[in-house]
Design a protein around this ligand. Structure first.
Ligand code: MN
Length: 273
C-alpha cells in the first residue's frame, strides 16, 4: 500500500523552504491526523532534539507514523557535508547523520541524505574523485549502521542548482557498484526529477527497485496540482513497480500550510486511493 505523509519543519530558526507545516509539533500532528495523512516526515534540529517518549505518545494519540527524518539541518545549521575536503567536518557530518538514523529507527523510519551529500561532481561536470570517494565511504558507514538498527538509508538526487553530486535517479547506477553496503535506497523527489530526468514515469519504471521514498511536489515545488507536472503516468508507474512506501509532501506551504496540506491529500487520494 502506498502511504501519504506530510512534512513538518521543527527548526525554529528557519522560516522558509519546502515544508508544509512549521514549528508547532502538536498542532501539526493534529492537523495531519484530521486530514487523514498516514505519516509525518520530520525535519529536526538534530537526532536528539525531541523527547522520544513524548513523541511516541503523541503519534500514538493521533494514529500517525513517522515516514522519514531529514538530515539537512546538519548542513543548514552547522555547514556539515559528507564530502567536505576537511576530514573533521566529514566526521561531524557522519556523527550528525548517525544520530538522525538512530532517532528515525526508534520509529522504524529511514533518514534522508539530501543536501548533506555536499557537491562533488558526480552528475554534471568533472567528477571530483575525492568527493566521490568520501560520499561512498559515508554511505557505507551509515548504510550499515541503519541496517543494524533495522531501517534502510535514503539518498536523494537533487537538482543541479543544489548539488553537483547525485542529480539523476539513473546516476544511482554510477555509484551503487562502488558501495559495499546494500542498504541504501533512492528518494525520488518529483520536483528535482522534473528538472533533471528525461521522463519521470520512465525513470520510475527503470529504477523502481531502488526507490524507497517519494517526495510529492509539483514542477514549481508547490503542492501537487499547482504546477505543470503530469502526475497520472508517474502514479501509474509507481503502482506498476509495486511501490509500497510513502508519498510525502515536501513542498512549499503555498498558499498557506493548511491549504497546502489539503491540496496535497486531495491529490494523493486522486492518484493513490
Ligand atoms: Mn526532497
Amino acid at each position: 500500500m502506498i502511504r501519504s505523509a506530510v512534512t513538518i519543519n521543527l527548526v525554529d530558526t528557519m522560516s522558509s523552504g519546502p515544508w508544509i507545516y512549521w514549528h508547532d509539533l502538536e498542532g501539526s500532528l493534529r492537523k495531519a491526523a484530521e486530514l487523514g495523512f498516514d505519516g509525518v516526515e520530520l525535519f529536526t534540529r538534530s537526532g536528539n532534539d525531541l523527547d522520544i517518549e513524548h513523541l511516541r505518545q503523541r503519534l500514538d494519540h493521533y494514529g500517525l507514523l513517522v515516514a522519514a527524518v531529514g538530515t539537512g539541518a546538519g548542513k543548514v545549521l552547522h555547514g556539515l557535508t559528507l564530502t567536505d575536503p576537511d576530514p573533521e567536518i566529514r566526521k561531524k557530518a557522519i556523527s550528525f547523520i548517525s544520530d538522525m538514523i538512530s532517532f528515525g529507527a526508534k520509529f522504524g523510519a529511514p533518514a534522508i541524505i539530501g543536501s548533506m551529500q555536499g557537491s562533488f561532481g558526480l552528475g554534471t561536470g568533472p567528477r571530483l574523485e575525492h568527493g566521490f570517494q568520501h560520499f561512498c565511504e559515508g554511505l557505507d558507514i551509515l548504510g550499515e549502521q541503519a541496517k543494524e538498527e533495522g531501517v534502510f538509508l535514503l539518498v536523494e538526487p537533487l537538482n543541479r542548482y543544489e548539488t553537483s553530486g547525485f542529480n539523476y535517479v539513473f546516476a544511482f547506477d554510477n555509484f551503487q557498484p562502488y558501495l559495499k553496503t546494500r542498504n541504501v535506497k533512492v528518494l525520488a523527489d518529483l520536483f528535482h526529477m522534473n528538472i533533471e530526468e528525461e521522463n519521470l514515469a520512465q525513470a520510475v519504471l527503470d529504477y523502481g527497485k531502488h526507490i524507497g521514498h517519494v517526495h510529492f511536489a509539483d514542477s514549481n515545488r508547490r503542492p501537487m496540482g499547482l504546477g505543470h507536472t503530469d502526475m497520472t503516468p508517474i502514479a501509474e508507474a509507481l503502482k506498476e513497480i509495486g511501490y509500497s512506501g510513502y508519498v510525502s509532501a515536501e513542498a512549499f506551504p503555498y498558499p498557506n500550510p493548511e491549504a497546502a496540506a489539503e491540496q496535497t491529500i486531495r491529490e494523493f487520494r486522486k492518484y493513490f486511493r
